[in-house]
Design a protein around this ligand. Structure first.
Ligand code: MG
Length: 258
């Protein structure tokens, strides 16, 4: 791992391979968990399923016990599970999933000290047209951002591509929560905002790995923190969606690990 002046680490081939393994475990877990998102199932049950799959594959859940600052309680679960107007960082509970909900699942895995991080939003049963459009717009914005994760681009080219894509959809982009570098820590330099002018920030180089994660809201981009101290919700109570991939910058273009 080489530290760049920008604070962004360049991963060695071995480190990239560990992150690739973590990403594969997350992709496999995602498939199984997604198939189990059904009305009547609780978020806690899905959390247990994800934890079991990650551990059976020989990895460790990244978020369980994660404490971003000493003033916060450690995160108690494998999945950040967010319902409808919850944007990110929801805590799994006995709340049952209902037909018409959209649910966002965000989770990570560690293989020999190296992390992967991914998220998706899933519509349960019959969801509203606006919910469907929101999820599609968020997924598309992520895909557009990933296309800019190439050698020689500037970091903000990713941010800008996400913003352009999102602006076309008419939904609003969450500003306070952003993507990030990832490696031996879950959150590394640099921050990867989901908006901004192109051509700014560090030059992207082979071996950098980023977690790119747009969050789009139906209404205002503004957020607030729920009473549990963890869950981030939309200020106006309108729906939110979140998609995330861990992406390596390679000489052959972006490589999505998750
Ligand atoms: Mg992340």
């Amino acid at each position: 791992m080489i530290n760049q002046p920008s604070g962004i680490t360049i991963k060695s081939p071995r480190e990239l391979d560990l992150m690739r393994q973590a990403g594969k475990i997350l992709a496999d877990t995602k498939k199984i968990v997604k198939a189990s998102i059904l009305p009547g199932v609780t978020s806690l049950e899905l959390d247990a399923l994800a934890e079991e799959m990650i551990r059976k594959a020989g990895a460790i859940p990244s978020f369980k016990g994660y404490q971003p600052s000493p003033s916060m309680s450690p995160f108690p679960a494998t999945i950040c599970f967010s319902f409808n107007e919850e944007i990110v960082h929801g805590i799994p509970s006995n709340r049952k999933i209902k037909d018409g909900d959209i649910v966002s699942l965000d989770f990570g895995a560690i293989v020999e000290g190296f992390h992967g991080d991914t998220a998706f939003t899933f519509g349960v049963g019959k969801i509203s047209t606006v919910a469907e459009e929101l999820m599609l717009a968020t997924k598309t914005a992520l895909e557009e951002g990933i296309k800019q994760a190439i050698v020689g681009a500037r970091l903000s080219d990713i941010s800008h591509a996400i913003q352009v894509s999102s602006d076309k959809s008419g939904f609003s982009i969450v500003r306070e929560y952003v993507g990030h570098g990832i490696g031996s820590s879950l959150h590394e330099e640099p921050q990867v905002p989901n908006y901004g002018q192109p051509g700014k920030g560090p030059l992207l180089r082979e071996g950098m790995v980023l977690a790119i994660e747009p969050m789009l809201n139906v209404g205002t981009w503004k957020t607030k923190i729920a009473e549990d101290g963890w869950t981030i919700v939309t200020e106006d109570g309108e729906l939110s969606a979140h998609f995330e991939h861990t992406v390596a910058i390679t000489e052959n273009g972006p490589e999505v690990f998750t």
